[in-house]
Design a binder for this molecule. Structure first.
Ligand code: ADP
Ligand code: MG
Length: 334
C-alpha cells in the first residue's frame, strides 16, 4: 500500500531524513517511534505530499506522490501534529468545508453523519470548535482526516497534550479505525505505539534503526538465554540451591521484590533448557516460584538503548535483518 525507497530530506545543510526504506501492506497499523527531532513528522509530511523530498520515491497504492499527487493524496487522510482546525466554525460546518476542499464524491450529508458517528462527535456537531475540549478537538481532527474515506491514515502524534482518559479514547478510536484502514502513527512515547501497533519502525536521527514487531525487537536485543525467576525464599539459601541445578552456569540475585520474594537472574550453560529443573528444585525445597520468565528487555528498554546509541552501533547490535541497509553516498554535512 505504501512503498518508500531511498527517501532523503535536506533542510538547508541539515540532512533530516537519510535514505529511508520501508513498505507497508494494506491493513497494517505501524508505529513510527523516535525521540523528538528524529524526523518522524518530516517523513509523514513527505508521504502526504505536503513537503517535497530531496531524493527518493514514495508510492501510495501504486501512485507516485510526485507524478500522480492527486490520486496519491486522495488515498490519504492526514492528521498533522497541529490539526488544521478553524476554531470559529461549528464542527459540522468545518467538516462540510473539508468535504468541499477534498472534492469528495459520496453524498455529502450521509457521509459526514457517518464520520461524525465513527469518531464519536455527533453530539457536538453544532458546537463551535473553539468551545470543545482538547480531546474533542482532536477527534474533529480525526474526522477531517476521515472525510473522503481514504484507505490510508497518517496520524502525527495523535495523543500529544491529551489527558489519560482522552488518550485511552483516542487509542480505542485508532483501534477501531485500524480494522478498515492502513495506519501510520507517530509517537515519541513507547506505550502509545505498543498499545495499538504490531509493527514498530524506530527512527533516530533521520534513519530507520529498527523495523520489526515489538515482540521481536525486545527479543533480539535482550540476552534471551537468561531467565528471571521470582521466588518466595531465603535469598542466601536459594542462591546456593539454584547454583547446584544441572545446566546452570551462574545465578545472580536482584534482591527483594514483593514481600518475601527475591528475583534471580539465572544463566544456563550453552544450549541447556533449565526451566523444568529450576521449577522442580524450587518446589522440592518447599519454596514458591511466583514467576519464571525470559529475562527480556521491555520495548521501553530496547527503545532507550537504541536511541541512545549512534546509528552504527544500533545496527550492529540488531544485525542487518531488521535494519534498512545504508548504501547512501551522502553523509550529513557538519
Ligand atoms: P520529529 O517529528 O521526529 O520530532 P521532525 O521531522 O519534526 O522530527 O524534525 C527532524 C529534524 O529536521 C529536526 O532536527 C528538525 O529541527 C529539522 N526540521 C524540521 N522541520 C524543519 C524546517 N522546516 N526547516 C529546517 N529544519 C527542520
Ligand atoms: Mg514531529
Amino acid at each position: 500500500m505504501i512503498n518508500v525507497s531511498g527517501l532523503s530530506k535536506r533542510y538547508g545543510t541539515h540532512l533530516a531524513v537519510k535514505d529511508v526504506n520501508f513498505n507497508i501492506e494494506k491493513g497494517e497499523v505501524i508505529g513510527f517511534l523516535g525521540p523528538n527531532g528524529a524526523g518522524k513528522s518530516t517523513i509523514m509530511n513527505i508521504l502526504t505530499g505536503y513537503l517535497s523530498m530531496t531524493q527518493g520515491k514514495v508510492e501510495i497504492d501504486g501512485f507516485d506522490i510526485v507524478e500522480f499527487p492527486e490520486q496519491a493524496k486522495r488515498r490519504i487522510g492526514y492528521l498533522p501534529e497541529i490539526p488544521p482546525l478553524y476554531t470559529d466554525m461549528k464542527v459540522r460546518e468545518y467538516l462540510n468545508f473539508i468535504y468541499d476542499l477534498k472534492k469528495v464524491k459520496f453524498p455529502k450529508k450521509p457521509h459526514i453523519d457517518e464520520v461524525l458517528r465513527l469518531v464519536g462527535i455527533d453530539n457536538v456537531a453544532n458546537r463551535l470548535i473553539k468551545n470543545l475540549s482538547k480531546g474533542y478537538r482532536q477527534r474533529v481532527g480525526f474526522a477531517q482526516a476521515l472525510i473522503g474515506n481514504p484507505d490510508v491514515l497518517i496520524l502525527d502524534e495523535p495523543t500529544v497534550g491529551l489527558d489519560p482518559k482522552q488518550i485511552i479514547e483516542i487509542r480505542n478510536l485508532i483501534g477501531r479505525l485500524g480494522k478498515n484502514h492502513t495506519i501510520i502513527l507517530s509517537s515519541h512515547i513507547l506505550s502509545e505505539i505498543q498499545a495499538v501497533c504490531k509493527r514498530v519502525i524506530i527512527i533516530n536521527r533521520g534513519e530507520i534503526i529498527a523495523d520489526d514487531t515489538a515482540e521481536n525487537l525486545a527479543h533480539r536485543l535482550s540476552d534471551n538465554k537468561t531467565l528471571l525467576a521470582r521466588i518466595v525464599c531465603n535469598e542466601e539459601d536459594m542462591l546456593a540451591t539454584l547454583k547446584t541445578v544441572k545446566g546452570v552456569k551462574s545465578v545472580t540475585s536482584l534482591g527483594q521484590m514483593e514481600s518475601g520474594s527475591y528475583d534471580f537472574v539465572i544463566e544456563p550453560m550453552d544450549g541447556n533448557d533449565i526451566r523444568a529443573d529450576i521449577f522442580d528444585r524450587v518446589v522440592s525445597r518447599g519454596k514458591k516460584l511466583l514467576a519464571l520468565n525470559d529475562n527480556r528487555l521491555s520495548l521501553e528498554q530496547v527503545f532507550l538503548r537504541l536511541t541512545d546509541m549512534d546509528t552504527k552501533e544500533a545496527k550492529e547490535l540488531l544485525g542487518s535483518e531488521t535494519v534498512a541497509e545504508t548504501n547512501t553516498e551522502e553523509e550529513e554535512e557538519v
